[in-house]
Design a protein around this ligand. Structure first.
Ligand SMILES: [Zn+2]
Length: 331
């Protein structure tokens, strides 16, 4: 292409078909390859309708004039060649007229098509006013539906998260309420225990059966000296209860037999002697709890409970007076 147009511009017509060169010259002047194809007789290109095609015919005409001038002044070409060039010039002139006409027709046709389309669209709009507007809203509604679906999913996700958060809050509240309820119950139990403890007797008679035998200080054949305790005449294995709170010590004594000593918080010792057996041998007991069973072990003539009271672990005192001083009367 470049070489070809270069030959034309140099006027080397002897080696190139002038008509061919004219077409190429047109192409060179318009600078469009597609128009070169059109001038060679190939099927009409759509580029003829392009804005470049509008200018091409006028430039082609000028090119033809220039070529004609060159052809006339040039001594080389024959008369037949001149006729061919004139025929070519006529064809070019015809083309010069025809192409713009074709362009005009094409533009007119396009306008007609546009008008026709517009008319059809308008007619369609007029003929079916209900369906035509429904198409665009349908597409818009589809888009809105998609957006709404997205928003709905987002709202659902948010609702789920909010629901889970609320569930955690509810669980926390239930746990807190449960903790408060348990704390209140514990406080209630503690208060109830304190109330019962306050009401609980701190002194108790050693046996349920009323009546006493030998009193404290009595003289008798069984004792080397005066009687150091208070006897409770009860059957064998009668339950014996702690008179005070305190710690328990169970032991054997040749004279007292099986005996249990309870030491109260104030240091007062109560001795339970001639027992058949001990129920509690160690540990802490409360007043009124069964600690042993009455018997006749040791230096004893028969089943009974021998009770002694030693304040601070010292010498024995009269159990009956001591019991009465604490509101108890076994007689
Ligand atoms: Zn005794």
């Amino acid at each position: 292409m470049g070489d070809f147009t270069g030959e034309c511009r140099n006027g080397a017509y002897s080696t190139v078909d002038p008509e061919e060169c004219e077409s190429q010259s047109q192409t060179w002047r318009t600078g469009a390859l597609a128009e070169s194809d059109a001038s060679r007789g190939s099927p009409a290109s759509p580029n003829l309708l392009s804005p470049q095609a509008d200018q091409a015919p006028w430039q082609v005409a000028h090119s033809q004039d220039a070529t004609e001038d060159v052809g006339i002044t040039s001594p080389g070409p024959s008369r037949a060649d001149a006729r061919n060039r004139r025929a070519s010039a006529r064809r070019s002139a015809l083309l010069t007229v025809a192409v713009p006409s074709a362009v005009v027709m094409a533009i007119t046709g396009a306008a007609a098509v546009s008008i026709s389309v517009d008319d059809q669209g308008e007619k369609a709009t007029q003929a079916a006013p209900d369906t035509a507007p429904a198409i665009a809203p349908t597409a818009a509604n589809g888009k809105l539906d998609a957006q709404l679906a997205g928003v709905t999913r987002g709202a659902d996700d948010f609702a789920d998260r909010a629901s889970r958060t609320q569930q955690r809050i509810d669980l926390k509240q239930r746990q807190l309420q449960e903790q408060r309820r348990k704390a209140a119950e514990a406080a209630h139990r503690k208060a109830e225990a304190a109330r019962k403890e306050a009401l609980r007797p701190k002194f108790a008679l050693p046996v349920a059966q009323r009546g006493v035998g030998e009193l404290f200080g009595a003289a008798g054949s069984m004792w080397s000296s005066r009687h150091t305790g208070l006897d409770f005449p009860v059957p064998m294995n009668t339950p014996v209860m702690a008179v005070t709170d305190g710690t328990v010590e169970a032991k054997w004594n040749p004279f007292y037999g099986n005996m249990v000593i309870v030491t109260a918080p104030d240091g007062t010792e109560t001795w339970y002697c001639h027992l058949a057996s001990a129920e509690v041998r160690a540990g802490h007991v409360k007043a009124g709890e069964v600690i042993a069973y009455a018997g006749s072990s040791g230096n004893s003539s028969g089943p009974h409970l021998h009770l002694e009271v030693h304040p601070g672990g010292g010498d024995a005192i009269d159990p009956l007076a001591w019991l009465r001083s604490h509101g108890l009367d076994p007689t």
